[in-house]
Write a protein that binds this ligand. Structure first.
Ligand SMILES: [Zn+2]
Length: 360
């Protein structure tokens, strides 16, 4: 079978023939219908991330597949199911793993980064890691796992977001930010989306978003507070880092929650501690969630298909290197996926019609 392989840091991924996977006991083999791209791809490509990475590696953390073979001990009714894969593995025996929180395990590893992922025609995965999404699930589901699990964990598990609350989402057109926007709206929350430019604001409003959009700039905190009549917001999802940390604290209402999961702009910052105890804030560090979060997200998306990812770009598996170039473009919005079957028998179907096909 064909797979895309990161063989050396600093170089584009290359197409290679690999043996077809076999289902070990407890595993299933999937035909990969589509795989979603993530910034993890770029980190793997660059190397030098502080993580111990070994090459060669097949990237691909987000996988939508169809079960084509069952290993020993796997329930027969999984055969033929269209599924998403929980993209992590862990020791399985520590207290966190036993409690259903493998993402907190010290041996937690991410698929497509620390072990081979879905940029391939087929992949073998543990049967316990797949969640059925329905026979008609469109390929845009492939862009769900990492972004939506992370957003769900931040908003709902850590942030306590429910219908009627007001949430600020920084970077609302990126993978994580837009997943958070979609989840929060599907839950019935009011979203204040912060974007970096007028172009991104236009893109967001054309994607079906119905909340408030604020472009970064002067008086941002004042403008956020104005949306809530001066009260402040219930939740801020901040995945930006030191550049936004203090503004995030100032936007929050009394008893607000800050869900924090990124240091792109730096990790050292001076904080007025009165903001925290004076307003009785809750600050939660957060990153990728657990298998139960994937199940919760799938259940939400089945009731709210309008909350599926906006797939902006779609490429064939062979064009993976070109697809990865879209990740590095900071003006990009929405998600990019690879269609991984040679005959491309599965007609692409997306949350929006804004598809750009590299292969014409
Ligand atoms: Zn563990």
């Amino acid at each position: 079978m064909r797979a895309q392989v990161q063989e050396n840091h600093g170089e584009p991924i290359v197409s290679r023939e690999r043996p077809e996977p076999v289902a070990a006991p407890g595993e299933v083999v999937l035909n990969v219908l589509a795989a979603g791209l993530n910034h993890l791809d770029l980190w793997l490509q660059q190397g030098d991330t502080g993580d111990s990475l070994s090459l060669p590696r097949v990237p691909g953390t987000d996988v939508l597949g169809e079960v084509i073979a069952l290993g020993e001990g796997v329930a027969a009714d999984l055969l033929g199911e269209r599924v998403l894969v929980y993209p992590g593995r862990s020791c399985g025996t520590c207290d966190f793993c036993q409690a259903g929180h493998p993402s907190a395990c010290r041996r937690f590893e991410i698929m497509g980064y620390s072990y081979d992922g879905g940029y391939a025609e087929q992949i073998a995965v543990p049967a316990g890691s797949v969640v059925s999404v329905g026979a008609d699930a469109p390929l845009s589901w492939a862009a769900v796992p990492v972004s939506y699990i992370t957003a769900w964990n931040a908003l709902v598990v850590k942030g306590g977001l429910t219908a009627g609350k007001v949430a600020v989402i920084w970077g609302a057109t990126g993978g994580l930010g837009n997943a958070a926007v979609k989840i929060a709206e599907a839950l019935g929350a009011h979203v204040v989306a912060i974007v970096g430019s007028e172009e991104k604001a236009l893109w967001l409003s054309s994607s079906g978003f119905s909340g408030d959009i604020l472009v970064r700039g002067d008086d941002l905190v004042k403008r956020v507070r104005a949306v809530t009549g001066g009260r402040g917001v219930d939740l801020v999802l901040d995945h930006v880092g030191s550049a936004t940390w203090n503004d995030s604290l100032r936007m929050l209402a009394v008893r607000g929650h800050l869900a924090f999961c990124g240091v792109t702009t730096g990790y050292s910052v001076e904080t007025d501690l009165r903001q925290i105890f004076g307003k009785q804030l809750t600050i939660a560090g957060t990153w990728i969630g657990d298998p139960a979060d994937l199940e919760a997200v799938v259940s939400l998306l089945q009731k709210h298909p309008e909350a599926l990812p906006v797939v902006q770009n779609s490429f064939t598996l062979d064009d993976a290197a070109a697809a990865q170039e879209t990740l590095a473009d900071p003006s990009g919005n929405g998600k990019t996926i690879l269609r991984c079957q040679a005959q491309d028998a599965f007609a692409p179907a997306f949350a929006t019609a804004k598809e750009f096909r590299r292969d014409g």
